[in-house]
Design a protein around this ligand. Structure first.
Ligand code: 13P
Length: 300
């Protein structure tokens, strides 16, 4: 029997091992990422977010699940549904419960509900609905509290402003309440990271080098005892990452770091673009995350 993703993240916390979640905005990226995990014996999640089938070329959550089933390696991988927002990056409401049902039917092994654009009570209510649905199907749920910005078009404050002011950072007491009332399995927190931009104007630009407010993360981890999640994992200095992992922030979402090389090369050839994704993933696993052999530690 394969270990459940929730159990693997708990083991990751205990062993202070990072678990990357790799986004799939283009279906041909999936195979080289799985291969990189297998070749380094590292454990990671393969994920797709709603905006990746709406605005990129992941096609659908079913298409990603099908490709995943074709190439998966259960020693090193699990399938996760990333960001299904209650209100999307364009401010529009999303039929999130239908998407969750679709994901459960398609074989996703964990899901994320992102109610972070709602006030606390609304976020708790929406997340709770998804927890009931997903737990009945036996899979784990990630919620988000606080604002990890970057996916929105238009006027987002500068990174330095966000970091210095702590605007949108997850409040530790609210996080404690959120986890108790929703019974989510993992919590995505805002402590300084930012998503790589997906707007037309900025999506090819080098992502800002984000930092993490480690003392703030510590305050959250003192009161929230479930695995924490770092979104916007591209381009954060590895010292911050290892400090975060030590504080139980073990799931690290990575999108832009692999999307941009794929997009730059795919005009030449998809095969070359896949090779570049593979090479980049290997160096992330080895040099940034330092998790070669983690599948053995986690006994996935
Ligand atoms: P980056 O694109 O900044 O790596 O963020 C990915 C992410 O957090 C997806 O949920």
């Amino acid at each position: 029997m394969v270990a459940e993703t929730n159990e693997l993240l708990r083991r990751a916390c205990k062993n202070t091992v990072a678990v990357p979640g790799f986004n799939i905005p283009y279906l041909p990226m999936l195979e080289p990422i799985v291969r990189a995990l297998r070749d380094t014996d590292a454990f990671g999640l393969i994920m797709v977010a709603r905006l990746e089938w709406m605005k990129f070329e992941a096609q659908s959550l079913e298409a990603v699940a099908e490709e995943y089933q074709r190439v998966k390696d259960e020693r090193c991988t699990r399938l996760h549904l990333d960001h299904v927002p209650v209100i999307d990056e364009d401010g529009l409401p999303v039929d999130y419960l239908s998407i969750m049902r679709q994901a459960i039917d398609a074989g996703y092994q964990s899901v994320m509900i992102d109610g972070s654009r709602l006030p606390l009570a609304g976020n708790i209510a929406a997340t709770r609905q998804v927890v009931e649905l997903a737990h009945a199907a036996g899979i784990a749920v990630e919620g988000e509290l606080g604002a990890v910005l970057g996916h929105e078009d238009g006027s987002v404050p500068s990174y330095e402003e966000i970091f210095a002011s702590g605007k949108g950072f997850t409040d530790p007491a609210e996080a404690q309440q959120f986890v108790r009332q929703t019974e989510v399995d993992w919590l995505s927190v805002a402590v300084g990271s930012i998503h790589g931009s997906i707007s037309k104007a900025l999506k090819d630009k080098k992502k800002v080098e984000a930092r993490l407010n480690i003392p703030h993360l510590r305050r959250i981890s003192e009161v929230v005892k479930i695995p924490l999640v770092l979104h916007g994992g591209t381009g954060i200095d590895r010292r911050y990452i290892s400090d975060a992992v030590r504080l139980g922030c073990v799931k690290i979402n990575i999108g832009t770091a692999l999307r941009q090389p794929f997009e730059q090369m795919r005009g030449d050839s998809v095969v070359k673009a896949q090779q570049l994704v593979y090479d980049t993933a290997i160096s992330l696993l080895r040099d940034e995350l330092n998790i070669i052999g983690s599948a053995r530690v986690l006994k996935a």
